[in-house]
Design a protein around this ligand. Structure first.
Ligand code: TXA
Ligand code: MG
Length: 344
């Protein structure tokens, strides 16, 4: 059934608490609200209300075994959602909260298994975005919120993306412009002795290692790479085919030119994602920036643009998997369904 979605513009630099007070009340009463965080927009509902949580899964078309992140504004709210955190988890909170870090902790019984996708653990994050914080405080409850996109589509870095996917499916969408970071939070599992990164983000592996005092790597020695349930699914994908080209720069540029010409000859619309300013020629050339910070901010918007422009195929330069580059390449690889061509 189609809902009426109210879109509410809020100036992130100049808003009054009262402006979001009632939205907090609406969350408490079981409504769904799209709100900005410093990473991406989230689709929030009262984490303690099973019916409200079910609405999130329905609006996104999200598989029920893919758990949600619970957002809190103050440390004392942690008691409501998770059992006592380990010393390492405490250290990570002290260093990175509020901010783009999600911790996997042991779940409190009162958190419904619908929130945790059937797991006995729960993902918790304390965002630093002011509107998000005020909304959580006003609601007086922890807020469950996945990224505010249709399942499988690129995460929303501006309200228009959430409107595109969720208008008619949620009660409210706050429009507060672009998000600051553009990549979702780093997800870290602290429920066993060996700390694991389940999803890379703008807080890097090195930064986590410096706090926990152990090397993380990708845990390959244990025989498998640990991942969040969510990373099993095809994700971030534009509707068209996408291929990542990896190798020495000049060869990559040449290869993309060659592929572009070939595709265009067959009448297909080609898109290119590049990370350096040089003269690629295709119908749609998207320059994502030379620094990783800027690239992180742009990448999801660019992936959505290819859909708007009805692109048939996208070629994307690979970047180095270092620092935030690891998170960016993770999103790109999943958008490309792991289709990578390596040139030597
Ligand atoms: O930056 C963010 O994290 C954004 C904003 C809105 O906070 N949220 C976000 O949520 O990206 P979502 O649902 O799109 O991604 C959450 C990820 C998924 O990959 C999910 O599988 C994983 O966290 N996750 C949640 N609970 C988990 C758990 N108990 N164990 C392992 N992974 C979990
Ligand atoms: Mg998501």
């Amino acid at each position: 059934m189609k809902k009426t979605t109210e879109i509410i513009k809020i100036n992130p630099k100049k808003f009054k608490k009262e402006q979001i007070e009632w939205l907090g009340q609406e969350i408490k009463n079981g409504k769904t609200v799209v709100f900005p965080t410093e990473t991406v927009y989230g689709l929030g509902a009262n984490a303690l209300d099973e019916k409200a949580v079910v609405k999130i899964f329905q609006a996104k078309g999200r598989p029920s075994d893919n758990p949600l992140i619970i957002h809190i504004a103050k440390k004392k709210q942690l008691n409501q959602v998770a059992k006592k955190a380990s010393r390492i988890a405490q250290r990570l909170m002290d260093k990175f909260w509020p901010g783009p870090l999600t911790l996997i902790l042991k779940k409190k019984a009162q958190i419904n298994l619908k929130v945790s996708g059937g797991l006995q653990t729960v993902a918790v994050r304390m965002p630093r975005n002011k509107i998000a914080r005020e909304l959580i405080i006003a609601s007086k409850v922890p807020i469950a919120a996945p990224s505010a996109n249709t399942s499988g589509r690129p995460s929303p870095t501006q309200a228009t993306h959430a409107i595109e996917d969720l208008k008619g499916k949620v009660d409210y969408i706050i429009d507060a412009g672009k998000t600051q970071l553009g990549l979702e939070s780093t997800v870290v599992d602290t429920t066993s002795k060996k700390v694991k990164i389940l999803r890379h983000g703008t807080i890097t592996e090195k930064e986590i290692e410096a706090v926990v005092g152990q090397t993380i790597g990708n845990n390959k020695r244990e025989g498998k790479i640990h991942r969040s349930p969510g990373t099993r699914y095809k994700h971030y994908a534009p509707k068209c085919q996408m291929v990542i080209i990896k190798g020495p720069k000049n060869k990559v540029f040449q290869d993309i030119e060659r592929r572009t010409k070939r595709e265009e000859k067959q009448g297909r619309t080609v898109g290119i994602i590049c990370f350096e300013k040089h003269s690629h020629c295709a119908q749609i050339v998207e320059f994502a920036g030379t620094g990783n910070k800027e690239r992180g901010q742009n990448i999801f918007r660019i992936l959505r643009n290819f859909d708007h422009k009805k692109t048939d195929i996208v070629f994307c330069e690979a970047i180095e998997e270092q620092g935030i580059g690891t998170a960016i390449m993770d999103r790109l690889k999943r958008a490309a369904n792991n289709k990578i061509r390596t040139i030597r």
